[in-house]
Design a protein around this ligand. Structure first.
Ligand code: ADP
Length: 233
């Protein structure tokens, strides 16, 4: 599969993500993110790299609206998200698919039902074929009836990815989505994200795997001590 070059940013393009002077600190702790300026154009693909503790997960937590910036402005899909009322959060979140580092699969549900859940919650009907196709796409077609407990780490990771993309989100945010798989599986998962990106989805993947990021052909953003370097978007 060929690697899609990043789309160039132009003035007419909407930025899916726009951070201006964003800072963040947990409770009374020190600032974990400082003066982050970042534009992710619609349809772009970026890796967010940097050493452990650099603030990658924290930055993703701001983008998924789990935390609010303590300074600066956060826009998602062209709208102010950083200061939006709590009631507006679900509408933002419905437009994104999130792959959590720890998967957050529901243990009492089958693989099929885990993937079907976001569709059910959004009121979709007749989603069975979509769910089956998505499971096939991540190579779990034969595991539809299995619960997460009997899946391997890599299978769980793929299931979490299937659940994140089944609603066809505009933005995919993934925190270390290849963290618990071997190099071959990491390449395969990367190809899944590249396929989604080719469909026009904006993708941001946090990973400490610098070489995977470089091989991906995607833009590489680097966080170091809470400061973003090489914001090439
Ligand atoms: P990374 O994902 O790059 O490893 P994190 O965003 O997890 O980095 O962490 C950045 C910094 O924020 C670290 O110093 C970490 O200890 C701190 N931190 C992370 N989560 C919390 C939290 N819930 N409360 C307080 N400090 C936190």
């Amino acid at each position: 599969m060929s690697v899609q070059p990043r789309r160039a940013s132009t003035a007419s393009e909407t930025d899916t993500v726009r951070l201006s002077g964003v800072g963040f600190g947990y409770a009374d702790g020190p600032e974990v993110l400082r003066d982050i300026n970042l534009n992710l154009p619609s349809g772009s693909f970026h890796f967010l790299t940097g050493p452990s503790g650099a603030g990658k997960s924290t930055l993703l937590r701001l983008l998924t609206l789990a935390e609010r910036p303590t300074a600066g402005r956060l826009e998602l899909f062209g709208e102010d998200a950083g200061e939006a009322p709590r009631a507006a959060m679900p509408a933002f979140r419905r437009r994104m698919g999130v792959v959590f580092q720890e998967f957050r699969l529901l243990d009492h549900l089958s693989a099929f039902d885990n993937v079907a859940l976001p569709l059910r919650l959004s009121g979709a009907r007749n989603y069975e074929q979509d769910v089956r196709e998505m499971l096939e796409w991540v190579g779990l077609g034969a595991r539809a009836d299995d619960r997460p407990a009997v899946l391997s780490g890599g299978e769980k990771q793929r299931l979490a990815i299937a659940r994140a993309v089944v609603t066809r989100p505009e933005l995919i945010i993934a925190d270390e989505p290849t963290g618990s798989v071997d190099a071959r599986m990491a390449e395969r998962l990367l190809k899944l994200f590249q396929s989604m990106n080719r469909l026009g989805v904006t993708v941001l993947i946090a990973s400490h795997d610098q070489s995977l990021a470089e091989r991906s052909g995607a833009g590489v953003l680097r966080l170091e001590g809470g400061v973003l370097e090489g914001a090439s978007a």
